[in-house]
Design a protein around this ligand. Structure first.
Ligand SMILES: NC(=O)c1ccc[n+]([C@@H]2O[C@H](COP(=O)([O-])OP(=O)(O)OC[C@H]3O[C@@H](n4cnc5c(N)ncnc54)[C@H](OP(=O)(O)O)[C@@H]3O)[C@@H](O)[C@H]2O)c1
Length: 288
């Protein structure tokens, strides 16, 4: 049985849907099983009659800006929580799929980031996610850490849904046009994560990058949401999206200016093709 933590979030929701579709037995928990409480996690994991063979940890603190003022809580969930889950997985003798972020990089580069490039996070969120990665790798040798970026899906608050609301409510707004990355449809990421379970015998433990193919700025991402949203009738009126620079539109937490991930390793290991971000966005907006 697969145990999915953080199952009510963007990714957790899609992971559960994917497991359901594939008829794989799973158990899903939200924040009622608090990953920062090792006793709670232990109790759940060792509940008699439940034979957990994989853990997929989607639980995380993901409010990037809020984290700057809530560093202790963010660290507790992303570092200590991840460590707890890794320890429990080790105790159960099962592999762990854990997720991390492009925000472990400072984004000063201009070449796609490989898994072994030096991480240098610039935000509290990024730092705690890196701490979490290290704890996972230290406490369970059967680990698959998947770093992803610009995630959206049906399970929670995310850029695509926020843009759709803004575009329906406002006449105009600004979006940064000097941060470059790759959007990721949570359904595509869930499909990739499932391949680790299916093909575990051929997959070395380690860090893997995953996002959709192609790159864009947040402004370009927003424009494509607008174009497709208008085509599909999801946006009912005209809205003007203005480009701005990071300096013009500062956020509490600094973001990497360039955080495109190199996906060669995951594509080779799992033998998968990764859809282009525009294709996946279209599918998402068409509810496909
Ligand atoms: N969203 C992105 O753009 C993005 C980008 C790169 C990487 N990632 C990574 O991808 C993974 C999934 O992110 P996501 O976007 O799906 O996150 P999300 O939507 O914020 O979901 C995270 C889930 O974790 C739960 N959670 C929080 N604290 C918990 C705790 N102490 N114990 C148990 N559950 C807890 C939350 O429950 P409550 O809501 O009830 O608190 C929430 O349902 C994370 O590792 C994240 O760092 C996300």
């Amino acid at each position: 049985m697969v145990w999915v933590t953080g199952a009510k979030g963007i990714l957790g929701t899609e992971i559960c849907k994917t497991l359901n579709r594939e008829d794989i037995d799973y158990v899903a928990t939200g924040s009622e099983v608090d990953i920062t409480d090792i006793d709670e996690v232990n109790l759940f994991a060792h509940n008699r009659g439940r034979r957990i063979s994989w853990i997929v940890n989607c639980a995380a603190y993901t409010a990037v800006d809020k984290a700057e003022n809530e560093a202790a809580l963010c660290e507790k969930i992303n570092f200590k929580g991840a460590e707890n889950v890794a320890k429990i997985a080790k105790g159960l003798g099962c592999p762990l799929i854990h997720f991390s972020t492009d925000y472990v990089f400072d984004g000063t580069g201009s070449v796609t980031y490989r898994e072994d490039d030096p991480a240098q996070p610039v935000s509290v969120y990024g730092k705690t996610k890196l701490q979490g990665e290290r704890a996972v790798a230290a406490f369970n040798e059967r680990f698959y850490i998947v770093r992803t970026s610009w995630l959206y899906g049906r399970g929670g608050k995310n850029f695509v849904n926020t843009m759709l609301c803004f575009m329906n409510e406002l006449d105009s707004f600004t979006v940064v046009n000097d941060q470059i990355g790759s959007p990721t449809n949570a359904a595509d990421l869930s499909f990739a994560a499932l391949q680790f379970i299916k093909k575990a015998d051929h997959c070395e433990a380690g860090i893997y990058n995953y996002s959709n193919e192609g790159v864009c700025t947040w402004f370009e991402f927003a424009n494509e949401i607008y174009r497709l949203g208008r085509l599909n009738g999801l946006i009912k009126k005209e809205c003007f999206i203005c480009p701005c620079t990071t300096v013009e539109c500062p956020t509490k937490a600094p973001r990497p200016a360039f955080s495109v991930l190199d996906k060669t390793k995951i594509k080779k290991t799992l033998q998968i093709d990764i859809p282009d971000w525009k294709t996946s966005l279209r599918k998402y907006l068409e509810n496909d």
